[in-house]
Design a protein around this ligand. Structure first.
Ligand code: SF4
Ligand code: SF4
Length: 276
């Protein structure tokens, strides 16, 4: 069994407790216009070309079997480019290959109450692989977290509940029409899945990206707060300010980027107070 993964990041401190390894699955069923990992959206491996690094030396074209006209993802240009301007994003991994990478930092997880986080993209879309790798992690005594936008059938949650210690669950907007406008899908099933997940008493951290002009108002966050109060409470609520660090990646995959203002610290403090 294999999964398409685009990054395995060691020493991560942002995707759950302690020191973690984060495994990024390729493929997502949302299209958030502020996405900072746009290369995660397509489920297939793809070429990324960083124009700003390219000197025009032509070495890639000399080596490419298709004269750079059609990419078959053979990877030759990436080997011969002297400036790392070309990169193939996404590679198939077996469960054994991923667990080997994860186990390299077992001592760090043990000493920091850390573990592994499966993220994306939407890692739940490759549910068979996710279930297997979670089982392997638990066999090896590793704390597991699943980072999800929740837009999948609830049966997928049921399949992995026993092997998942923590869910990181995104809420992007409360109003479904607005959610559809900015992510491509309505949020009814996302909120329903969250409600059901919270009744299982599993640890859940809610993550809300704060995007100016989309969801950065007190009114919007009050609605999310009221919804959460009516459910079983999640363990933690994190507000994550928008950042523009994914900008260059849009160009590298030939997509247009939509930019937003970065929320001020003062605004973030004010919004965080709503949940304190
Ligand atoms: S990956 Fe292979 S086919 Fe694609 S552009 Fe590079 S050399 Fe050409
Ligand atoms: S080898 Fe690299 S630097 Fe040279 S033309 Fe190709 S992408 Fe640009």
């Amino acid at each position: 069994m294999k999964a398409t993964i685009f990054d395995i990041e060691r020493n991560s401190y942002v995707d759950g407790p302690g020191i973690r390894t984060t495994v990024f699955f390729k493929g997502c069923n949302l299209r958030c216009v502020w996405c900072h990992n746009p290369e995660s959206q397509s489920p297939k491996p793809q070429m990324m070309f960083y124009k700003n690094k390219c000197t025009g030396c032509g070495k890639c074209k000399e080596r490419c079997p298709n004269n750079l006209e059609k990419c078959g993802l053979c990877g030759k240009c990436t080997l011969y480019c002297p400036h790392d301007a070309r990169e193939i994003c996404g590679k198939e991994y077996t469960v054994d290959e991923v667990i080997r990478e994860i186990l390299k930092d077992k001592a760090f997880y043990d000493n920091s109450d850390g573990g592994v986080t499966f993220s994306g993209g939407e890692c739940m879309l490759q549910i068979d692989f996710l279930e297997e790798i979670l089982k392997e992690c638990k066999k090896n005594g590793i704390h597991t977290a699943v980072d999800t936008a929740g837009y999948v059938q609830f049966e997928y949650f049921e399949r992995i509940l026993r092997f998942t210690d923590l869910f990181l669950y995104d809420i992007k907007c409360f109003d479904s029409e607005k959610h559809k406008q900015y992510t491509g899908v309505g949020n009814e099933s996302i909120l329903e899945n969250l409600k059901r997940l919270l009744t299982t008493k599993k640890s859940v951290w809610i993550r809300i990206p704060i995007i100016p002009m989309v969801n950065d108002t007190e009114e919007e966050l009050q609605k999310i707060k009221s919804f959460l109060e009516a459910c079983q409470s999640p363990k933690k609520i994190e507000l994550l300010p928008y950042h523009a660090m994914g900008e260059h990646k849009y160009e590298a995959i030939g997509k247009e980027v939509q930019m937003f203002a970065v929320p001020s610290e003062e605004k973030m403090m004010r919004l965080k107070k709503i949940f304190s």
